[in-house]
Design a protein around this ligand. Structure first.
Ligand code: COI
Length: 361
């Protein structure tokens, strides 16, 4: 693979990170870009100034949504080191998503190097306030101008960076979730397990309708029987029962979340009984009525751990922990964030440490 070219802009002023960040609203100065053609494969890797794209109106992605993306985070640890959380797992998932929508895979080692080099260039944009991080958004889209339906011959891969705070405006306050019993997000053997824009388009109407009724997000049920719980708009879901923590098993229509995987590992480390299995909404309600639901929480890169305070299904509202964050949710949030910021031992080698090197920007 070629050496990454640098075309850096000269910063007149030191980077100033706004006091309140929210999620995905501001972007750093540079992006990584690379192109694919059938003749050359992936080529032209470059780190350059962030600029608007100029695309042909016939660009295939705009018509047929052939694209994939990832979301991962870089943190500044307590001692000023820069780390990226589980980039290998995200890169692997990007390639898995790509295969499903006929996008050529990327050499994982090269993409990791690109992530590291871009984050090094933009290290001044990594917030060091607790709960904040640099969100990394790699994405690929079919860039050939053509109106027939087929895989694009050309692609563009871009890595965009955005300093972020909490995903939900509620912060760590528990969210209200509506169990969606009308629309479906995905079906088994469809696109559900891929991080592809189409899945998010499919979720918008339900999410908007739920917002109109005062909910933050929806909990999707399976696409065939609408019986088993699957995932929340931007998170995987865990039900904390008295003797078992349950999360829906990956069946092809659920996103294999990296935070989901990390939480399962942490629970196992703590010797908590965690299972991945089918769990129906009726079972959740039955256990709730018996007083066996200790709490419900969601996991995701953007959301980290988010307590669910209320879950409503067909007009029946379940309230957990009196609308306060659950004990286990807080413990998991503290453990994950302690790993992110270098306060807890990284015993599973989830952090990729970025060597300090001075890049003049
Ligand atoms: C993430 O958690 O990284 C996600 O991808 C959610 C999102 C689409 C904002």
């Amino acid at each position: 693979m070629e050496i990454i070219k640098y075309e850096l802009m000269r910063r007149e002023m030191p980077v100033e990170i706004p006091k309140t960040l929210g999620f995905g609203k501001i972007f750093t100065d540079h992006v990584f870009e690379m192109d694919y053609t059938s003749e050359k494969g992936w080529h032209n890797p470059i780190i350059k100034k962030l600029e608007n794209l100029s695309v042909h109106p016939g660009t295939m992605f705009l018509h047929y949504a052939q694209g994939v993306f990832e979301g991962l985070k870089a943190f500044k640890t307590e001692n000023g080191e820069v780390v990226i959380f589980r980039p290998d797992k995200h890169i692997q998932r990007l390639n898995n998503s790509s295969r499903r929508v006929c996008i050529p895979e990327v050499d994982p080692d090269f993409l990791l190097q690109a992530l590291i080099e871009l984050v090094s260039v933009e290290k001044d944009w990594i917030p060091n306030r607790f709960g904040e991080s640099l969100y990394i958004r790699p994405f690929i889209f079919g860039s050939e101008p053509f109106l027939g339906v087929k895989p694009s011959s050309n692609y563009k891969l871009i890595i965009l960076l955005s300093p972020v705070g909490a995903y939900y405006p509620e912060g760590f306050k528990p969210v209200k979730i509506l169990v969606q019993d009308e629309y479906v997000r995905a079906v088994r053997k469809g696109l559900g397990e891929c991080k592809t824009p189409a899945n998010y388009a499919a979720s918008l109407l339900a999410a908007e309708e739920a917002k109109g009724k005062g909910y933050s997000q929806v909990l999707w049920l399976d696409g065939v029987e609408q019986k088993y719980i699957e995932e929340v708009g931007t998170m995987n879901i865990f039900i904390n029962l008295k003797d078992e923590v349950v999360t829906p098993k990956l069946n092809g229509s659920i996103l294999p979340g990296v935070t989901r995987d990390s939480v399962i590992q942490i629970l196992k480390d703590w010797k908590i009984n965690v299972t991945e299995r089918l769990i129906s909404i009726d079972e959740v309600i039955t256990e709730y009525k018996k007083g066996n639901v200790v709490g419900v929480f969601g996991t995701g890169t953007a959301a980290i751990i988010s307590s669910v305070g209320w879950l409503t299904y067909k007009g029946f509202e379940m309230k957990f922990n009196n609308g306060q964050p659950g004990e286990l949710d807080l413990k998991l949030f503290n453990e994950l964030t302690s790993i992110h910021y270098g306060k807890s031992e990284d015993k599973h080698n989830w952090l990729t440490h970025i060597e300090k090197k001075e890049v003049e920007v």
